[in-house]
Design a protein around this ligand. Structure first.
Ligand SMILES: [Fe+2]
Ligand SMILES: [Fe+2]
Length: 168
């Protein structure tokens, strides 16, 4: 099963079904959240926590920059509500980003983040995605833009870690 776009990397972006890509991200976050919440190992929690922060950062930027603007016409106030959710999540992300993720305070914040994000992605999947699928919005051009945006973020991320992650 060859990819239909020459993107390289892990799993081609399904440009004609971009919602599938978002749900795939959601599933990954849910899996990492389960891992974080159910592991007794501090090391596993720390690793899963870091991966959650990174995945959410990328996913939120992708939705805010390309996906939400393209589907705002479906329900403007719902999309606005999701954008506000993102702001709350971003505040938590920013706080957690500078923390070592292995003490009680960061654990409390991480659990708060997981609970907020789990509710948010559930709402997107229940209240927004089915309505897009039932609408006349052509998602393929949106998918093409999303694929490009994501590829660009992955590239930038790789460059930053190549530079030794010494960003200030
Ligand atoms: Fe979202
Ligand atoms: Fe999402």
């Amino acid at each position: 099963m060859a990819s239909d776009m020459e993107q390289g990397g892990g799993g081609a972006f399904p440009v004609d079904r971009p919602i599938e890509a978002l749900v795939r991200d959601h599933d990954m976050v849910r899996t990492l959240a389960d891992k974080y919440l159910n592991s007794d190992s501090q090391e596993v929690k720390k690793q899963a926590g870091k991966q959650i922060l990174q995945a959410l950062h990328m996913h939120s930027r992708l939705e805010e920059s390309v996906f939400y603007p393209a589907v705002r016409c479906i329900d403007e106030s719902l999309v606005k509500h999701f954008e506000q959710d993102h702001q709350k999540v971003d505040d938590l992300l920013a706080t957690l980003d500078g923390m070592s993720l292995d003490d009680a305070h960061s654990d409390t914040l991480m659990r708060e983040l997981i609970s907020a994000i789990t509710a948010h992605i559930q709402e997107e999947e229940t209240d927004l995605f089915p309505r897009i699928e039932g609408s006349s919005v052509d998602m393929t051009p949106v998918g093409v833009q999303m694929a490009a945006f994501e590829a660009n973020m992955v590239h930038t991320q790789a460059q930053l870690s190549d530079q030794g992650a010494m960003r200030r």
